[in-house]
Ligand binder design. Structure first.
Ligand code: GLP
Length: 265
């Protein structure tokens, strides 16, 4: 696992955006797993900026798959993740997009909708899965205690997620969601996790340097062969205490990098 520490959230977003750019400059089909949340806004803005600066001849070759959606929230609701994605990314990307895939929060039957989405994901792994992390360690909406073998399904949100996400949700905060499972996430060829801010510091150190356990869903990423974690200094506060000083290598532009293996932790 590679960890990139950026001086602030803006630069963390730029770095994450720069890792996504090569997927858009290819011409062969790309399957990209996308996430929502405040952290992703900077990543998407930076991606759009970097692509615009390249004056490419866009080819529609990217298929996207969003991780999750609130249950019983229609796509045009301003609190839906589909609405978020159109607002922060898709409106500016159409020439690159072959197809966008969402779990539908307004589906008639959650079980059928999850099966449909799981089948799409199972056809072929996504090339890259972008992830944020909840302050309780959730990835997607896989809350603490979720089985590591879970697949796409309807989930109940934890009280802490409901409380936190209610601050951003316009209207009555849903108590359930549809989410891809941990097993789906682990099938991605590459994973990019982005986390910013002091309130992610504790959970990040648990997820990346603590024991791998279902109580901390993101900890499973320690067992994935290709993970890049991008954090700002605030989010890295607890994490860096686990590394010896020489393990943290400067990368230029105020960025530093740590490779986690048995010698550096
Ligand atoms: C939501 C999403 C998660 C995301 C998390 C972090 O709960 N379901 O996929 O990781 O938000 O959000 P933020 O970046 O706003 O802290």
């Amino acid at each position: 696992m590679k960890i990139i520490i950026a001086p602030d959230s803006k630069q963390a977003g730029c770095y994450a955006g720069s890792l996504l750019v090569p997927l858009f400059t290819k011409i062969e089909p790309v399957r990209l797993g996308l996430a929502t949340g405040k952290t992703m806004i900077g990543v998407y803005q930076s991606l759009i900026r970097q692509l615009a600066a390249m004056s490419l001849c866009p080819v529609a070759h990217v298929s996207t798959f969003n991780l999750d959606e609130y249950w019983q929230v229609p796509p045009n609701h301003p609190g839906s993740f589909q609405y978020f994605m159109h607002r922060y990314l898709f409106t500016d990307l159409p020439p690159f997009l072959e197809q966008i895939h969402f779990l539908r929060g307004d589906a008639e039957k959650a079980e059928d909708e999850c099966r449909r989405f799981d089948t799409l994901l199972s056809q072929e792994p996504v090339d890259t899965q972008l992830l944020g992390i909840g302050v309780n360690g959730h990835i997607g909406f896989n809350e603490p205690g979720t089985s590591f073998s879970s697949r796409t399904r309807k989930v109940q949100l934890s009280p802490s997620t409901i409380k936190r996400n209610a601050l951003e949700f316009p209207g009555v905060m849903p108590k359930a969601a549809l989410s891809v499972g941990i097993a789906n996430i682990m099938e991605a060829n590459n994973v990019i996790l982005v986390a910013c801010g002091e309130d992610k510091s504790h959970v990040l150190s648990q997820a990346l340097c603590g024991s791998v356990r279902e109580e901390c869903p993101a900890s499973i990423l320690q067992t994935h062969p290709k993970v890049t974690v991008i954090v700002d200094k605030m989010a890295a506060q607890s994490l860096i205490k686990y590394f010896s000083r020489h393990a943290i290598q400067p990368l230029g532009d105020g960025l530093s990098r740590v490779e986690i293996d048995e010698n550096s932790v």
